[in-house]
Design a protein around this ligand. Sequence first.
Ligand code: TEU
Ligand code: CA
Length: 568
Amino acid sequence: MHIKDKEWWKETVIYQVYPRSFKDSNGDGIGDLPGLISKLDYIQSLGVGLVWLNPIYASPNDDNGYDISNYEAISPTFGTIADFNALLAGLHSRGIKLIMDLVVNHTSDEHAWFIESRKSRDNPYRDYYHWWPAEKGKPPHRYSFFDKKGDAWQYDPATDSYYLHYFSNKQPDLNWENPKVRKEVYQMMKFWLDKGIDGFRLDAISYISKDTTWPVVSKKELAEKYKNDFSYFYSKGPKLHEYLHEMNREVLQHYPNAVTISETPGIEKEEALQFVHVDRQELHMLYHFKGMELGYSKEGFKRPDPNGYSLPAFKKLYTEWNDVFAKEGWGTIYLGNHDQPRMLSRWGNDAPEFRVPSSKLLITFLLTMRATPIFYNGDELGMANIKFEDIQDYRDIETLYMYHFLQAQNEDLEQFIKDQQFGARDNSRTPFQWDATACAGFTTCDPWIKVNTDHAFINKEAQDADGNSPLNYFRHLVQLRKDHLELIYGDYKMYDAEHKQIYTYTRTLEKTATLIILNFSNDLVPYTIPKELHKKQFQLISNNETSLQQEEHELTLLPWQALIFKLK
Ligand code: TEU
Ligand code: CA
């Protein structure tokens, strides 16, 4: 069977490890590399082929490592370069590849470059960052995602100037317009690629190019052109693709086996192929935020829509993004990560009677769509949101700064805490649940963030032994995907687009085809298999439940039931 544009990274399953919360080995309550190394057999048992590791570099941890003070040094909290070498060797010896996080939209304000840059206006590193001399008056407003005033310009008395920071004021943005900065970044990428890593996940990369004529963005323009969200303005930098092409020419083409996945906030599907079309010589894959916008109300910050998300809207979005890459490029698919709440609590149902089947259904969806799936550590167990009730329990600056921002505006903080129980990032950053012991087997003492008390019954040890667990279902489905190539390369076709509870689609590769039927509801749902398929024979090859009510083409689906049929 000839597969056009066959690539290892289209066939693999990605497993994201958030090292701070994965496994602590030295009892300081913070996950680390020796802890991760001690769990490599577990990761191998999942059948995944690529690990994405969140940042482990030297960092004052203002934003959990996304504020880097030295790109070529491992944070002592996580371990040493020797630990890193052992991790890489351990993964490779198990046939698993590793990509590192490349955080170059900004550095830490404790990075040597910024320490120099802020010393004087004629310091050789001055133009490594974006500065606005105060005598020119206040710079045109730019929004910061992590700032108590939402202001992305920080005044620095040392040189009577403002510097730009889209994220916190301890994350000054690098000036990519400066060729020296780009050269430094390419050098650093080669440092890690020469160590044998298999590629990078590129952090907030759609933001790196700035329009340095610093145009005013009026409230009207922000609303009409950028959906009242600065991320849609920040992703329109004039030289973004010129820099990504240069990165490809200067670095990536020299490492043909390395893969790149860009995090591209603020883009629409019409822009996607500009990043990943092979002829553009830029990047391999991207992940977008459009799916993550579903289910939120227009009011408040990350306030859930009381009616939840609409399945027809969900199906329409993932079908449109499938079509973007149907002929060219290749997509990724995810439902959660370290910036989002737990996929079970967001897209499934974490109530006791539904959490196991809905975890399995979401796993089925991610492993049967035509895109490389990215799983976040713990979602294979069906871990849920911790839903803190007290602001004191939060550790994430996005939540803490937004709390102060709203407090300063006398907003309803109780409502904010309620909303954060649904949308906060810390919901997915609680310690990995290895077993039912006091600290879930993650650490022996006070973890940096509280353990979810449901670890008493939701943990790896219990699920290993339970053939019906989400964990063993995950392992089964990863293997099933490898055994049925149409689940990787097959064309995707959706049916019954308007059905409010059922998501049905086929994957077809030459003569082989598979039908996937998913009940995204708490209800028993009578469902007729689409007429166009009635001439086919149906062989059930996967069911996340132990029974199926079926008369010919008439099915009665159990809540959150997920079925896969081989079509003959
Ligand atoms: O995230 C970029 C980004 O756009 C996120 O801030 C996102 O909008 C937000 O978290 C959603 O709530 C990357 C990293 O993934 C994130 O962890 C970092 O905080 C951020 O960049 C800054 O490096
Ligand atoms: Ca530790």
